[in-house]
Design a protein around this ligand. Structure first.
Ligand code: HEM
Length: 456
């Protein structure tokens, strides 16, 4: 690539910059919106061939996509310049206002301190018991040699675990189903609207009206729980809700709206992400009987005939590698956005202030020059002593100060749900089921059905 242009540095001297290519295939008026709405994943994977930073056009606007691990890490570790904002977080704020995940850098440290106590490591054994109970309750409905709709069941477990963390209590069964459906619809709506030219997102189309209804219903559900806090109808206690009701050390209690924002965000962040992770892990295990046998043997040797618990996890190294590889191949948060707060330089490219930037764990994790044979599911690439893939390119939980607050909880939950299932069941593909990687909210396994056979 040639150096064709220059911008002035603060000292007035010109800084050479590298022009940023636009990805081919932009249509008049729509740009790349239609391709992104149809299936964004192939388009994302095609971008590194055009440059380290590539422009996509959305209607009349444009977005810069960062395509290398080095530049993505540079962006993640400079949150003052590359702040929260852009398409994804603008949509998220419509539902959850200014929360720990969406707030600007200047407010972040204080917000993070407020939520951090619920993620302390010493809380994990207690959460572990709830997670195992949730997994047992959902899989108790499975029958020997029958077909299981895996993803909906993993969503039930994920939402149950997130509710325990957020509210300190389980959902009533009808509220659970409604909330799962609303979260799934809303997150799907965020992704659709991200790629629409902004003017279309404001037109009162039926899809936009439905999005608004779901937004209101989700907030109302969370508000009801907040309003019922401490009454016998809502026996809550111990979760994020309790922590946020404590005034912070310097004073300034949370407003009711602020509380609802924070809780709604956490419920959303904790539901689909772990559900898709466990569902994809089960899919891959069903395709590789030897790997499933190895994992059964590991779990049997460590857990025995009882129920798994948090203390078992450090003795399940293959489980750890299976989950790491699942998060590489299927990173739930596959695309995220930022906005530049000032003119910035990224890899020699000049990016103006106020520009929307996108980075994609999915794009990085599937780069063949970074992860050899990236479509192959190979937990052993993470064996100690194996030729090390580039660790800094593995960013399922993001990085820097905005790294996922729930990463330890998510790994604990995913491992305990998998262990709970594997102690009792082996899972096998259903011929002709045709699982599809669907970039809706999280990367969902559409049409994932597995045959469950009891091991006991
Ligand atoms: C496998 C499961 C999960 C994945 C892959 C995941 C991924 C991510 C990623 C990539 C980010 C960074 C976003 C950015 O840089 O813009 C993030 C942030 C966050 N996640 Fe997760 N997450 C998972 C589970 C959870 C769970 C279970 C919770 C809590 C219940 C949670 C709560 C959060 C919060 C609060 C943030 C914002 C952190 C901050 O800005 O300080 N996540 N997550």
């Amino acid at each position: 690539m040639t150096v064709l242009s220059a911008v002035a540095s603060s000292a007035g001297a010109p800084i050479p910059t590298v022009p940023i290519p636009t990805a081919p295939g932009a249509l008049p008026l729509f740009g790349h919106s239609l391709a992104l709405l149809r299936d964004p994943l192939p388009l994302l994977l095609s971008l590194p061939a055009h440059g380290d930073v590539v422009r996509l056009r959305l209607g009349v606007g444009e977005v810069y996509v960062v395509c290398t691990p080095e530049l993505t890490n540079e962006l993640l570790h400079d949150p003052r310049t590359f702040d929260k904002g852009g398409f994804f977080f603008d949509r998220l704020r419509e539902l959850t206002g200014n929360n720990v995940a969406s707030c600007p850098h200047a407010q972040h440290a204080a917000q993070r301190r407020r939520v951090q106590p619920v993620f302390r490591k010493d809380r994990m054994p207690g959460y572990g018991r709830t997670i195992v109970d949730q997994a047992a309750a959902v899989t108790a409905r499975w029958r020997h040699d029958t077909t299981v709709e895996v993803f909906p069941d993993m969503l039930r477990i994920g939402a149950g675990c997130a509710a325990a963390l957020v509210f300190g209590a389980a959902f009533a069964p009808d509220a659970l189903e409604r909330t799962i459906s609303d979260i799934t619809l809303y997150v799907k709506g965020i992704f659709t609207r991200m790629f629409l030219p902004p003017a279309l997102a404001r037109v009162p189309l039926p899809a936009n009206r439905r999005y608004e209804q779901v937004r209101k219903r989700l907030r109302d559900s969370v508000s009801e729980i907040v309003d019922g806090y401490g009454t016998t109808a809502h026996p809550v206690g111990g979760g994020l809700l309790t922590a946020l009701l404590e005034p912070p050390p310097g004073g300034g209690a949370e407003s009711r709206d602020g509380l609802v924002d924070q809780l709604t965000l956490m419920l959303m962040a904790g539901t689909e992400s772990t559900a898709t992770t466990v569902a994809w892990a089960l899919h891959e295990l069903s395709l590789d009987p030897d790997l499933q046998y190895r994992l059964h043997s590991e779990v049997d040797a460590v857990v025995g005939a009882g129920a798994p618990c948090y203390a078992h996890l450090e003795h399940l190294p293959l489980m750890g590698r299976v989950l790491t590889e699942t998060l590489r191949k299927y990173p739930a948060a596959w695309i995220l956005s930022r906005v530049t707060t000032k003119p910035a330089t990224l890899g020699g490219h000049h990016i103006p202030a106020g520009a929307p930037i996108v980075f994609s764990p999915y794009l990085l994790h599937r780069r063949p020059d970074v992860f050899a044979d990236p479509d192959r599911f190979d937990p052993d690439r993470w064996l100690p002593g194996a030729p090390r893939p580039l660790r800094s390119a593995l960013i399922p939980f993001g990085g820097g100060t905005r790294k996922c607050a729930g990463d330890t909880f998510a790994m604990t939950e995913s491992a305990l749900v998998l262990a709970s299932i594997l102690t009792r069941w082996s899972l096998h593909p259903v011929p002709g089921a045709g699982v599809r990687l669907a970039a809706y909210g999280a990367l969902q396994p559409e049409n994932l059905r597995l045959r469950a056979q009891s091991r006991r």
